[in-house]
Design a protein around this ligand. Structure first.
Ligand code: PLP
Length: 426
């Protein structure tokens, strides 16, 4: 009898984006004249940069000619791209990463989800709350958790990220084996300093643990003091894997390209306690289950690093960061607490006790603005919403004008809903 992986039945159905879509559709049907502005989903809105399109076209043109046509490429990525990444993203920043430590893939979602396959089933896994859901769900699928009760899976060590700890996970009190970190963070937009990351690297070394570091949003870091890669931290090569994506960096959400860095001296332990090369294991997994990113897409990714490509991509990121600034300043004017919006496209807003779906409804019905309710990212998101800077400047400006009117009015009229602003809570 063909039997199912019962772990799948433990998964909580993710209705987040379908519930949002339903509410938005219902609202639009009742208010056909309403111009709804979507600041919910973390998807980019601007076209690929001209230099990237040129790289893409060049790749396609090569495929159209027998003399330059390419069939299967190396599963780990073409040398031209791995070398370009190693130099620009790491070596130029003083991080000692070699091209053959880079595994090109079709994006960070697959890699962050698949990487846990390399570890034993009974390891202790620490995951932040709120969190990008792929880390948690893939560990559930693999059978590393018990059932879901009161908003949490048993067997996972949740690291609460709340105002009290500046939205940064605290070092676990118990010994853990695998730690997921993401900076700049989705959904909170928080960032970590070198000193803060150093504590994690030291913890991992001391406990023979491994850090899975998701740096999908590193391109949004403008503060030079902040680390752009965990390999800027001494010793990180031995205890950390880093995930990167061209999705938010260069608008590749629909084009698909990312990469994972697995340093050669990063070791894990087999059941006899002997050191095992993580690089060799991931190489085996990648070459067995993945057949490489298409050649034109890798050419497009390489173009991100040309002089013109860099300038064009930077301009796009500056555009989104300017939107984030406008959102941040509006939220400040309204007296609400928030985090993020600097060095990040996300702003995580405190509803002062208001349930995140109520906050969502308020913004939708009073301002025709769509946000993401924080509850979709974990229990610690229950009283927060996420606004995203991925939209046009005109839409963001208009959305913020509406928010000012809707929320200022709301807080003048009543606080009973739970939405209090700083001027009220003093
Ligand atoms: N990691 C984080 C934290 C993300 O927010 C996302 C996408 O939203 C991803 C990974 C997935 O990126 P990709 O498009 O490369 O699969």
């Amino acid at each position: 009898m063909i039997r199912a992986n019962d772990n799948y039945s433990k998964l909580q159905a993710s209705y987040l984006f379908s519930d949002i879509a339903k509410k938005v559709n219902d609202y639009q049907l009742k208010n056909p004249e309403a111009h709804i502005i979507r600041l919910g989903i973390g998807d980019v809105t601007r076209a690929l940069a001209p230099e990237v399109i040129k790289g893409f076209h060049d790749g396609v043109n090569e495929m159209a000619n027998d003399a330059t046509f390419r069939g299967y490429g190396p599963e780990q990525g073409y040398a031209f791209l791995r070398e370009t990444i190693a130099k620009n993203d790491f070596q130029d920043r003083g991080a000692d990463i070699l091209p053959d430590e880079i595994f090109v893939s079709d994006g960070a979602k697959c890699d962050t989800g698949n990487f846990q396959e390399l570890f034993a089933k009974d390891i202790k896994v620490a995951i932040p709350d709120p969190v990008y859901p792929a880390y948690l769900d893939t560990n559930v699928m693999a059978g590393r958790t018990g059932e879901f009760e009161k908003g949490r899976y048993s067997g996972i060590i949740y690291m609460d990220c709340l105002k009290e700890n500046n939205f940064l996970p605290k070092l676990p009190e118990e010994q853990v084996d695998l730690i997921y970190l993401c900076f700049p963070n989705n959904p909170t937009g928080s960032t970590a300093t070198k000193e803060e990351l150093t504590l994690w690297v030291e913890y991992a070394k001391k406990n023979q643990a491994l850090i899975l570091f998701d740096a999908a949003y590193e391109a949004f870091i403008r503060d030079e003091a902040l680390p752009r890669t965990i390999y800027e931290i001494e010793g990180a090569r031995e205890v950390a894997v880093e995930f990167r994506s061209f999705s938010k960096t260069a608008g590749f959400t629909g084009t698909r390209c990312g990469f994972t860095v697995v340093p050669k001296n990063c070791m894990i332990f087999n059941s006899k306690g002997e050191k095992t090369s993580l690089h060799a294991m991931w190489n085996r997994r990648h070459t067995t289950k993945f057949n490489g990113v298409s050649y034109p897409v890798q050419k497009a990714a390489q173009a991100v690093y040309s002089q013109e490509g860099k300038a064009q991509v930077q301009e796009q990121i500056s555009y989104y960061l300017n939107n984030a600034d406008i959102i941040r300043k509006t939220i400040e004017t309204l007296g609400l607490d928030y985090v993020g919006g600097k060095n990040s496209p996300y702003i995580w807003i405190d509803g002062s006790g208001m349930d995140s779906w109520k906050f969502f409804d308020l913004l939708l019905t009073k301002a025709s603005v769509v946000c993401t309710p924080g509850a979709g990212f974990g229990r610690c998101g229950n009283n927060y919403i996420r606004l995203s800077a991925f939209n046009s400047l005109d839409n963001v400006t208009l959305a913020m004008e509406r928010l000012k009117k809707a929320l200022a009015l709301k807080s003048r009229v009543t606080n009973r809903s739970g939405l209090t602003n700083r001027s009220h809570v003093k």
